[in-house]
Design a protein. Structure first.
Length: 429
């Protein structure tokens, strides 16, 4: 019975996902349903997931989001093209073990042996960079979700498309939050994971903060397998830093935040990458309180058809509430931005196929190049110049863990127009 109810929900959601239009008017596009007596084609989507290794938590959520989209489309009868062809999808995936060398082997297999029609990136910028080499070599379109590094898109690739806000804009908003809410803070420390993604993010944020007049008193990376941050916490305290920005991925970010709280580091503001927006971060209890994190998506963010119309954009797909509800029904877990990113990759591919009225890769590529839409995930638009495929539409939102009674809840604290609560300041560990 539960399965039947879920499939019915999928039918209702996908029916709403095929509204699109021109300018700021929403008009109907080819419906995502079967019928018409046309032939049926099955499109293979290939990807790897980190079933094991350090990226397991975030990668699992990304994969679940993608698979939810695929299930809904297939349950609703597929995407119907104007000639009556019905497009359905199947997935081929492997465990990349969070290792770049495995990624290159497996994406080669996906392209050559499994004959994947389209690729979705693995999670993380490092793994996506490895996959991009292969996807471009074999002329496969790859939607890069879970990868924010700008550098991937400065190598001349023509068929790799980024969904996330680029790393160069990932943490600059945290500096803006400080500027607007904490005029007393002058000294910043950046402590970050030595990875392609994290280094790119903090380097851009450091340069931005310096231009805003902040004194950068510490800028130091840690090895990806670090579990004891004692030495770094001591350096932060000795530096006199009043705010700390940095982190890397979920496991190290969670550990760093917990140890900062345990040692009662006297800082006023803490912003970390990746970990805070994940619902599991709340399991830290009081150590999570007040921690800020940039998020690619939050259910509370006000992305709606009305917002699209106001911005002169085409709206496409389900609402955030519809996606979040379906994800909760399917996985009995709250959706974070990693899950939303996986689902959004499917939505973007769906829109490109509808606009191309074809699954021909060259026509789908042309549709992606022209894409300029608002979705539940935010604004989607790709650079078609020297940084081809770089995301130039999507912007970050910033969350902070706050208390509602005895319960920890995520609040959107930036940008102001999307905020659900004022910033909790200063940090009170």
């Amino acid at each position: 019975m539960r399965r039947k109810l879920y499939l019915l929900l999928g039918l209702l959601l996908v029916a709403s996902m095929v509204l699109a239009g021109c300018g700021n008017k929403a008009t109907s596009t080819p419906a995502a349903n079967a019928g018409g007596g046309g032939k049926e084609v099955t499109v293979t989507i290939g990807f790897t997931e980190s079933q094991t290794g350090k990226y397991n938590v975030d990668s699992t959520a990304q994969t679940q989001g993608l698979k939810l989209w695929m299930e809904q489309i297939n349950a609703a009868g597929g995407i119907k093209l104007s000639d009556g062809t019905v497009v359905k999808f199947k997935a081929v995936s492997y465990d990349d073990e969070s290792k770049a060398d495995k990624v290159q082997q497996l994406y080669t297999r996906l392209a050559t042996e499994d004959k994947a029609d389209f690729l979705i990136s693995p999670y993380s910028s490092g793994l996506t960079s490895a996959a991009a080499v292969v996807s471009e070599q074999y002329g496969k379109i790859m939607l890069a979700t879970g990868a924010a590094s700008d550098s991937i898109f400065k190598k001349g690739y023509e068929r790799v498309y980024q969904l996330y806000t680029p790393a160069s804009h990932y943490l600059t908003g945290a500096v803006d939050i400080l500027k607007a809410n904490a005029p007393d803070v002058k000294k910043l420390a950046f402590v970050y994971e030595n990875s392609k993604f994290s280094t790119a993010v903090v380097t851009a944020a450091k340069e931005y903060a310096a231009k805003q007049g902040y004194d950068i008193v510490l800028f130091e990376g840690y090895d990806k397998d670090t579990t004891d941050f004692g030495a770094f916490i001591n350096k932060i305290q000795d530096s006199g830093a009043e705010a700390v920005l940095g982190g890397g991925h979920f496991q190290d970010g969670e550990t760093f935040a917990r140890q900062i709280a345990e040692k009662k580091l006297p800082i006023k503001f803490l912003a970390l990458l990746v970990a805070p927006p994940n619902p599991k971060f709340a399991e830290l209890g009081d150590a999570a309180l007040g921690v800020v994190g940039p998020s690619q998506w939050e259910a509370a963010a006000a992305y709606t058809p009305e917002a699209a119309k106001k911005a002169g954009l085409t709206w496409f797909g389900p609402s955030s509430a519809e996606f979040a509800k379906a994800y909760k029904e399917k996985y009995n877990d709250d959706a974070g931005y990693h899950a939303a990113g996986g689902y959004a990759a499917g939505v973007v591919l769906q829109k490109a196929i509808i606009d191309a009225d074809s699954v021909d890769p060259d026509k789908v590529k042309a549709a992606l190049d022209k894409m300029d839409i608002l979705t539940f995930f935010g604004h989607i638009k790709f650079d078609t110049g020297d940084a081809h495929g770089l995301q130039i539409g999507h912007e970050m939102v910033y969350i902070q863990w706050q208390k509602e009674g005895d319960k920890l809840v995520k609040q959107v604290v930036w940008p102001k127009e999307g905020a659900t609560a004022k910033l909790l300041y200063p940090l009170t560990h």
